[in-house]
Design a protein around this ligand. Structure first.
Ligand code: Q9C
Ligand code: ZN
Length: 647
């Protein structure tokens, strides 16, 4: 079997017999000497590049790369993007004898510290990226990763900021374009996946159509560092550079693989195809990584590896990564390793995406596409609503089983399904008329138990079962997925009770006290569904059939629950009490829990309090982690806390 790429002459054999690409790595211990002047801790610390290097060595990966020592940038190259004054000021730092002089200079910049070695490190960081980019452009290397510090992307033409002294990536890009025309690099794509906006890089190529700058970053309407409007999506560049600056400004933290991949698939990749770069420079900060103390996002090493893999389809794989931010030592080491493995074209590391993009992610992506479609035809089409109202994988319905208990359920399901089919054939019978009325009214269904996990809730809408459920749901008559999903908290006490449930087996299930308790906060996932669907959820939650002639909860009941706050429906089910928690966008927020009288019985011990069934708790954790964006530890602690406090 022929090995891909072998004929290009760029791949070479290895002792393990595999053929891989020639990957350059720059590492130079000298860059560790840049540190805080009096030994205070700082997130941008020398160990950042050490841990990355150690990880690559320990994994046996650096040994398969071409290791290139650091090299010092030339002033004339730095001056391609920086002012003479800025370059000589940074240069002069090395000759200053006293810390206080450097501290004075540092204090005039935003988020900068300096010591006697800062200048040397800054020259090395910029020069190393230049050298690596040159080797890749020349074809001596296929691609590479410059493990450098201080970082660069915040540094502006005349200013250091945000831990950055020189703009390493921008210097390298300008060097290739202006100093090495014979290499044939005419168009450069700079991708900046650091969690912060690459304000410096944006400024340097603002009017330059030879450089397409793409930055995805936490923005929070201008509240996140570097604060202001520069990172907003309406900043598209100017003059001939108009349309060659693309910002994807996240409205919130906690963005993860799904959000970043959505930006890749629906913005960056189509635009990169149109632009067709000659080389890609990647401002590879790893501060959007899960666990980063500054970024607050959740990109996994797998996520980074997929993002990188997708970029390697361009410019014949000519790509140069330069480290920017990233402050969790473990996260940056693992993310870096995942990336170098991709550069080596090892088989992609294992992983999968379970979460969906935030609703706000789609909003931002739509807005970016709309703004940039004037320049990039591939962004013109509106994204389909099927994509945005993410459907979960089709639930698996298991009907046949030797387990007698399951057979009972199966019979029940088949029975209900056949009824549904019959009813579907006479749409206009009396029994369906309530459905027509209630289908016109939207409510928020607020879930605080296993329904917080979207796939579990969708069983009540679309039918089916998820892992851990012993029972199949028939779903609602109207199987339209929720129109919107959002999260919030309400001051009600969450607790777990009952001996066991049909769906989850031995163990308690979640309730909230229908009465508010300002000392408690319960996390909830809100699904915008119709009042008709809400009735079908109520039926299923309370063990009733969905083909009822009358609703459990009609418009009159809605009116009185909005007034009274809570209404027991006399359904006999555990969740037969509908509580109105308030309104959002003028739509009532409803939830279902036990009656106030049942809370008294839980308190007296007449009905047992009990920690949740394991599968049930796991499902809640999945919901809280994927949608509620808690860490797994936080989610477990949240459940443990609710399960262990006395009522
Ligand atoms: N309130 C990079 O990741 N934060 N720089 C300062 C001031 C500065 C991050 C907060 C963050 C800079 C390369
Ligand atoms: Zn950053």
């Amino acid at each position: 079997m022929a090995m891909a790429g072998e004929s290009s002459g760029n791949s070479y054999g290895d002792c393990d017999g595999k053929s891989h690409r020639k990957v350059g790595l720059v590492y130079d211990e000298t860059m560790c000497k840049h540190d805080t002047p009096n030994g205070e801790n700082h997130p941008e610390c020398p160990d950042r590049i050490r841990v990355i290097w150690d990880k690559l060595q320990l994994a046996g990966v650096s040994q398969r790369c071409v290791v290139v020592g650091g090299s010092k940038a030339e002033d004339k190259h730095l001056q391609l993007v920086h002012t003479k004054d800025h370059v000589s000021l940074v240069q002069s730092l090395s000759t200053k004898k006293k810390d206080y002089r450097r501290n004075r200079i540092a204090s005039q910049w935003n988020s900068i510290y300096l010591n006697g070695s800062s200048s040397e490190a800054a020259y090395l960081a910029a020069g190393s990226v230049v050298k690596l980019a040159e080797k890749v452009a020349e074809g001596e290397l296929d691609c590479g990763y410059a493990i450098v510090r201080p970082p660069g992307h915040h540094a502006e033409p005349d200013e250091a900021m945000g831990f950055c002294l020189f703009n390493n990536v921008a210097v390298a890009a300008s060097y290739l374009l202006d100093e090495r025309p014979e290499l044939g690099i005419k168009k450069i794509l700079i991708v900046d996946w650091d969690v912060h906006h690459g304000n410096g890089t944006q400024k340097m190529f603002w009017k330059d159509p030879r450089v397409l700058f793409f930055s995805v970053h936490r923005h929070e309407h201008g509240g996140f560092y570097p604060a202001g409007d520069d990172g907003y999506y309406d900043m598209v560049g100017e003059a001939p550079g108009e349309g060659f600056n693309i910002n994807v400004p996240w409205e919130q933290g906690r963005c993860g693989d799904a959000d970043y991949l959505a930006a890749w698939d629906h913005i960056l990749i189509p635009v990169a195809k149109e632009f067709n770069p000659d080389i890609i420079l990647l401002s590879a900060g790893f501060d959007a990584a899960i666990g980063d103390p500054l970024g607050g996002c959740r990109v996994t090493p797998y996520g980074y590896s997929v993002m990188l893999k997708k970029l390697m389809e361009f410019a014949q794989g000519k790509i140069v990564l330069a480290l920017e931010g990233g402050y969790n030592l473990d996260s940056i080491a693992k993310s870096s390793l995942a990336c170098v493995q991709v550069l080596l074209e090892d088989k992609p590391i294992q992983g999968s995406f379970e979460a969906y993009p935030f609703e706000s992610t789609w909003r931002v992506i739509q807005a970016v596409r709309k703004k940039l479609s004037a320049y990039w035809p591939s962004l013109t089409d509106e994204l389909s609503s099927d994509l945005i109202d993410q459907k979960t994988p089709t639930p698996i319905i298991v009907v046949s089983s030797s387990d007698s208990e399951t057979e009972d359920y199966a019979d029940d399901i088949l029975d209900q399904m056949s009824r549904l089919n019959i009813e579907n054939h006479h749409v206009d019978t009396v029994s369906t008329s309530w459905r027509r009325d209630l289908s016109k009214v939207d409510v928020w269904y607020a879930s605080f138990g296993s329904n917080m996990w979207k796939p579990r809730f969708l069983c009540y809408i679309q039918g089916g079962q998820t892992e851990g459920m012993k029972k199949v749901c028939v779903g609602s008559m109207d199987k339209t997925p929720p129109k919107e999903i959002t999260w919030g908290t309400f001051p009600h006490r969450l607790f777990f009770g009952r001996e066991s449930s049909v769906t989850w087996g031995v163990g308690g299930v979640a309730f909230i006290n229908p009465l508010t308790d300002l000392n408690d906060q319960t996390r909830m996932c809100f699904y915008r569904i119709t009042l008709e669907q809400f009735n079908d959820v109520l039926f299923q939650e309370n063990g009733l059939k969905v083909d009822s002639d009358s609703p459990l909860f009609d418009l009159d009941t809605l009116q009185s629950v909005e007034k009274k706050g809570s209404i027991p429906l006399a359904s006999g089910g555990w969740y037969g009490n509908v509580v109105c928690l308030g309104k959002e966008c003028n739509i009532p927020i409803l939830t279902m829990t036990c009656a106030v009288s049942a809370v008294e019985k839980f308190k007296s011990g007449e009905i047992p309090l009990r920690p949740p069934a394991e599968a049930y708790a796991n499902t809640m954790v999945k919901g809280l982690v994927e949608g509620g964006r808690l860490s797994e530890e936080e989610a477990k602690a949240y459940i443990d806390n609710a399960a262990s406090k006395p009522l």
